[in-house]
Ligand binder design. Sequence first.
Ligand code: ATP
Ligand code: MG
Length: 324
Amino acid sequence: MPQPPGFEPKDDQSDRALRPKRLAEFTGQEAVTRNLSVAIAAARGRNEQLDHVLLSGPPGLGKTTLAHIMAAEMEAEIKETAGPLLEKPGDLAGILSALRPGSVLFIDEIHSLKRIIEEYLYSAMEDFRITIQLGDGATAQALTLNLAPFTLVGATTREGSLSAPFRSRFGIRERLDLYSSDELTRILSRSATLLDVEADYDGLQLIASRSRGTARYANNHLRRIRDLAQVRYANAITVPVAEEDRRRGPDRTRPAHPYLSGPEPSPGRPQDHRRHGRRRGPYHRGHLRALPDPVGLPDQDPAGATDQRQGLPPSRPSAAGGSG
Ligand SMILES: Nc1ncnc2c1ncn2[C@@H]1O[C@H](COP(=O)(O)OP(=O)(O)OP(=O)(O)O)[C@@H](O)[C@H]1O
Ligand SMILES: [Mg+2]
């Protein structure tokens, strides 16, 4: 079925195939999933839509995944768009007026919404109503649209860029953190099962330790290493396969992230999520600069990974830094 404007999904098929579908399948982020499961159970108990949710945190940690999970747990439909795709109030009005009671509207990169769109959203979020102006000057008319009660789920890598009035309209605000190596190993183990490849614990742990706390990187490594395992190691992922993959260096064929599409970064340069946040996202058509793929870069200890999330050099203590 053709998607209405503003509903183009950005993730590829293989990314989606590994996505947990329910909260119980979602590994890690325990505080976040605990809070969400209480909110979901309460909303379902009252037979109401879920409160508006803001998910923030570095790329590849599961914000989009959680938005879909929330809709699934609420047994609601989900409509997906992104801040840069909403140009005019009419775009927003079209999307909002198509929502059904309880629907989830997921707006990715919500920090990049135009101010005027953000202001229209205020009344939509609070009163489930928007008033748009038709025409100009003496012939101008105001048209009020009553909306079905819906849940707005916003995702952002730059929570600090959201205005305070906007942020305060989300009843639930959750920040996702980098995964521990243990959590990534569990994520990889589930993904290996879904990809139908054998894997031993040590092999998966090695991949996890090189994935910089990021589920998307871990899954991307696994998919590539699976190819190697299939061709040269009897379809089993073990430490030697993971080691060989590392010796072969960064993959030049498959972008590790939708933001990745430019030239290979200089080796050894640490990834900087703060700079990544300022970069134009995947919804823009202009030139995109590359992010370093962690494959082939020096291994990170958990403290180093935390520092990168804060955009600090790995030598700084991990407790330092604000909201990133
Ligand atoms: N907790 C998890 N358990 C298992 N897999 C996960 C988890 N979190 C993320 N993933 C996997 O990582 C991939 C990236 O997740 P997702 O697209 O939800 O990240 P994101 O936070 O929306 O990233 P971005 O900011 O780039 O949009 C998904 O394909 C999913 O398979
Ligand atoms: Mg996403």
